[in-house]
Every structure is written in structure tokens, then in C-alpha cells.
Design a protein around this ligand. Structure first.
Ligand SMILES: C[S@@+](CC[C@H](N)C(=O)[O-])C[C@H]1O[C@@H](n2cnc3c(N)ncnc32)[C@H](O)[C@@H]1O
Length: 266
């Protein structure tokens, strides 16, 4: 396996495992981000929309409702297990398809979409320059791009939590990928501009709650620490709890500054 195949397999494995409780524990917490991505997308009836890194399909399903039967939505993801969960949510949407594929190699012809959306997915894309070129290629002239990405650990508790837990995990096969990897959005904005999409960044403080540390640990760290020895897991838990839960237990509000990268193809 080449190093890029190994990196992609690692990323797919993370999301396949996360799919198990994403619908139950993560969808509701990410709902304000999804809503704000859709608010900024200016969707209109009859448009063609691509939801990149669709996960369990929250953005795609709502977008399909907005564009109506005269429009169409494609939800694309590298994780077959996430897509299986998304498929399971479908009711009678005839204008929505979920497809396996990556942002770096979008399976669509040039100029296919009026709008490309990417809610909390671009941070995990391994080759973001390729993704920027692909987003520009599949957008029509004047087409809109909206992505949501987390801020850095000082402003975004979910990134703080995962950075603290990730310090105990084995070294990942690729650098620069993970929840806080687009805290500095400028390099990605430059890649988008090179590809023909001029963007601005709008910032919002959003958030969600966990009733207990144990629940947050189960949801956010199970994948990161899946291959650690049990004593190492305990050490990681204690370190994250100390960093995040100053009182040890009880409910905690996560304050997550979220950055929206918004622009149009020239
Ligand atoms: C945090 S989830 C976000 C899911 C959904 N958009 C949401 O807002 O709830 C990130 C998603 O990005 C997908 N992903 C990661 N790298 C990708 C890539 N290179 N191309 C397409 N999807 C990717 C993952 O499989 C995962 O489903």
C-alpha cells in the first residue's frame, strides 16, 4: 500500500468507526453548524448541490428539501459506513443520492453544481489543494461554496478535547489533518483562490453540551484511543478530564468558535 493509500485507509477507518454513534450523539450537537452552513448557502429551488463529506447526511437531506424536486443533491463521503447511516435516514427524497468518493477526486463532470457545501469535513481532507481544484472544477461559473471548520483549541472546546486526547494516540500516517487543522484558514483560502474561488471568513461562537465527562469521552475519544493499552487509556482520560472538566464531573458546555468559509467561483 502506498503512503497516500495508507493515509486514506486510516481516515476512512476513523469515520467508519465513528458512524456507530454519530447519528445518536453527534448530529444533534452539530445541528447549529449545519443550520448556519445552509443559511449561508443561499439555496434556491431547482439548484444542483454537492454536500462534500456528507457524513450521516444532515446538510444533504435539508438541502434536498430546499431545492425541491426540480433540483438535485449529491452527498459524497469516503466512509461507506457513514453513507449507510445516511441512506437509512432517507424517507422519500427522490432528488438526493449518496455516493462514495473523495473531495480530492469528485466523481462529477465539470460545472455540475450551483452550490458546493462542506460542513465540518474539510479539516479531514488529506490533499486540500487537490480538493480546492476539484471544488472549482465541479462548480458552475458564479457557483457558491460554503464550508464550516473549527477554530483552534483556545477558542473551540471540541478541538481542545481532541488535541488533549490525540496527544496519547499513535502518530497519524499524515500530518496536518484533524479537527483543528484549519484553525488558520488562510492556506486553504489561498488554495481556493488559486483554483478560482474568492472567499471570506465569517466567525460564530456556537456550542453544545455533554451531561458527563464519561459520555464526552465515549463519543469524542473512543476512536483516538482505540488501540492504546488499558493503562494508557486511563492516563489519557485523566489528562483530558483535568484539561476540560476543572470540577472533575458534571455537565459541561463546549464553546466552539466556528469559521464559515464563504465564496463564489469567478
Ligand atoms: C465531522 S464529519 C461531518 C459530517 C457532516 N457534514 C456533518 O456536518 O455532520 C466529517 C466527514 O467528512 C468525511 N471526509 C473526510 N475526509 C474526506 C474526503 N477527503 N472526502 C470526502 N469526505 C471526507 C468523513 O468521512 C466524515 O463523514
Amino acid at each position: 500500500m502506498s503512503s497516500s493509500e495508507e493515509a486514506k485507509a486510516w481516515q476512512v477507518g476513523i469515520w467508519d468507526r465513528k458512524s456507530q454513534n454519530y447519528l445518536q450523539e453527534t448530529d444533534k450537537r452539530f445541528a447549529p453548524v449545519v443550520e448556519q452552513v445552509l443559511d449561508r448557502s443561499d439555496l434556491e429551488t431547482g439548484q444542483s448541490v454537492l454536500d462534500l463529506g456528507t457524513g450521516t447526511g444532515s446538510v444533504a437531506i435539508e438541502a434536498a428539501r430546499i431545492v425541491g424536486e426540480g433540483g438535485d443533491v449529491t452527498g459524497l463521503d469516503i466512509s461507506a459506513d457513514m453513507l449507510a447511516v445516511a441512506e437509512g435516514r432517507l424517507m422519500d427524497e427522490i432528488n438526493l443520492v449518496f455516493r462514495l468518493g473523495s473531495a480530492e477526486e469528485i466523481p462529477a463532470v465539470d460545472g455540475s453544481f450551483h452550490v458546493v457545501l462542506a460542513s465540518l469535513s474539510m479539516m479531514y481532507v488529506i490533499d486540500r489543494a487537490a480538493a480546492a481544484r476539484e471544488i472549482a472544477r465541479v462548480l458552475r461559473p458564479g457557483g457558491r461554496f460554503v464550508a464550516a471548520v473549527w477554530a483552534g483549541p483556545d477558542d473551540c472546546d471540541i478541538v481542545k478535547f481532541q488535541t488533549a486526547a490525540g496527544a496519547f494516540a499513535p502518530k497519524p500516517p499524515v500530518e496536518g489533518v484533524g479537527p483543528g487543522s484549519l484553525a488558520d484558514v488562510l492556506p486553504f483560502q489561498a488554495q481556493l483562490l488559486d483554483a478560482g474561488i474568492d472567499t471570506e471568513v465569517e466567525t460564530e461562537e456556537l456550542g453544545f453540551d455533554y451531561d458527563t465527562f464519561e459520555l464526552a469521552w465515549e463519543v469524542l475519544s473512543a476512536v483516538t484511543t482505540a488501540n492504546l493499552e488499558p493503562e494508557r487509556v486511563e492516563e489519557a482520560k485523566r489528562a483530558v478530564q483535568a484539561a476540560m472538566w476543572p470540577n472533575g464531573e458534571g455537565p459541561l458546555h463546549f464553546r466552539n468558535v466556528t469559521q464559515f468559509i464563504v465564496g463564489n467561483k469567478s
